[in-house]
Structures are given as C-alpha cells and as structure tokens.
Write a protein that binds this ligand. Structure first.
Ligand SMILES: Cc1ncc(COP(=O)(O)O)c(C=O)c1O
Length: 224
C-alpha cells in the first residue's frame, strides 16, 4: 500500500507505516528539486550539496559533512572512516549493516563485523566492554575499531537509542589514537523514526560519534 498524499496528510485512507521511504514528495518538494541550483560536486561547486553538507555538519556538531546518495553508502563511509582494513566493527545482531547491504563492509571494505545482541540498548555495559578487543601482546588479535549503533533501529520496531546510552557507549570507547569509536548509523527504516526521535531529543551531538544519515534522514533534515 502506498500513498500519494503528502506526509502527515491522513485524510482518505490508512497511514502506511512500513517506512518513511514509501511516502511521495509533494508538488512543492518536486518544484524545489527542479529549481535547486546545481553544479559539479566533484569540484565542490554544487551549491545545493554544499548547503546540505554545511547544514548537516552544524546540526550534528561536526566539522564537516559529506553527502552520499544512499543509506548503504553512508553507513559504509562512516564506518570505514574509523575502521581500517583488518579491524572489526561490533554491531547489533539485527543491525542493517549485518542483515542487509550484501556484506559490503567485509566484501569491499576489508572490515570484519562481530555481532552483539542488544548492543544499542539491552546489553549490559560490562558485557559490551568485555567484547571490545584492544591491541594486546597477542600477535594477530583483531582490534575493535567501532561500536556501530543504528538509531533508530529498523529491525527492532523503530526503537530510539537514548542519548544517555550513546554517551555511555561512547565512554567505553575512550578517545585516543588507536582506540575504538562509536558510530551512530541513523535509521530510516521505520516511519515512527521522526516522532520517536523527537521525543528522544534533538540530533545527538557527541565527541565519540560519527553519523551516517540515510537519504530519509537527510531529507527530513534539509531545510534549504
Ligand atoms: C539503518 C539503515 N541503513 C541503511 C539503509 C539503506 O538505505 P539505502 O536503501 O538508501 O541504501 C536503511 C534503509 O532501510 C536503513 O534503515
């Protein structure tokens, strides 16, 4: 079931709650796209892309942002920015990067994924801490580079990860050369994301986090 009605217009039928991606752009949104100034982004000359990147960096409290056209690409570049070849990413068993994305992190990125049930919320912090593998004298031990937290969690009913939990996970990954970091992968797989996210507070800003915004999130965030 799909709808051509603008987001939030529930007159005349049931609301399709499968995903925010099943909604259609309004006429005004289509017009804004048609009228948008464009250029060669390779040279940094696309004013619309630059405006979106600057807006997003400011929104999330980062030095810079880069626009990529799909969620899978966003997940990949965010994780590979912190996980070198031969390291590992710890993710929830149900994470999008584990369940879908064709194993791209391993296939294209040379990064191993290890799963931990309930990483984002229910797993005990001590258990998470024990799972993190730091460089030791043991030759060949894989190093944990990233705790990957999907927020909202597409395959867990659109649950929001509270900022406090992200901070706690971030504290486990103390900043410093060679230490792991926490990456937040922003989910777009549930229509409840915007409402629930708003309830959980403003977009998370943390010194521990890198963020990847699948197209749905970027679309919601763009006000230019
Ligand atoms: C958390 C998460 N990552 C990635 C994706 C994939 O996005 P795309 O289809 O744009 O690659 C989705 C979409 O459902 C998602 O929910």
């Amino acid at each position: 079931m799909t709808t051509d009605a603008p987001r939030g217009d529930h007159r005349g039928g049931p609301v399709d709650l499968r995903s925010d991606t099943v909604t259609r752009p309004t006429a005004a949104m289509r017009q804004a796209m048609a009228d948008a100034p464009v250029g060669d982004d390779h040279y940094g000359e696309d004013p619309s892309v630059r405006a979106l990147e600057e807006y997003t960096a400011d929104l999330l409290g980062h030095e810079a942002a880069v626009f990529v056209p799909s969620g899978t690409m966003g997940n990949f570049v965010a994780l590979r920015a912190s996980a070198a070849v031969g390291t590992e990413v710890i993710a929830d068993t149900e994470a999008h990067i584990v369940t879908y994305e064709l194993g791209g992190l391993a296939a294209l990125g040379g990064v191993q994924t290890r799963t931990l049930p309930g990483l984002a919320d229910t797993a005990d912090l001590a258990e998470v801490a024990r799972a993190i593998r730091v460089p030791t004298a043991s030759y060949g031990m894989v190093r944990t580079a990233v705790l990957a937290v999907e927020n909202t969690q597409a395959r867990r009913g659109g649950r929001v990860v509270p900022p406090a939990r992200l901070e706690q996970l971030g504290e486990l990954t103390s900043p410093g050369p060679g230490s792991p970091c926490t990456a937040t992968v922003r989910g777009c797989g549930t229509p409840r994301s915007p409402a629930r996210s708003n309830r959980a507070g403003s977009p998370h800003r943390s010194r521990h986090c890198r963020c990847a915004c699948p197209r749905g999130s970027a679309r919601r965030s763009a006000r230019w």
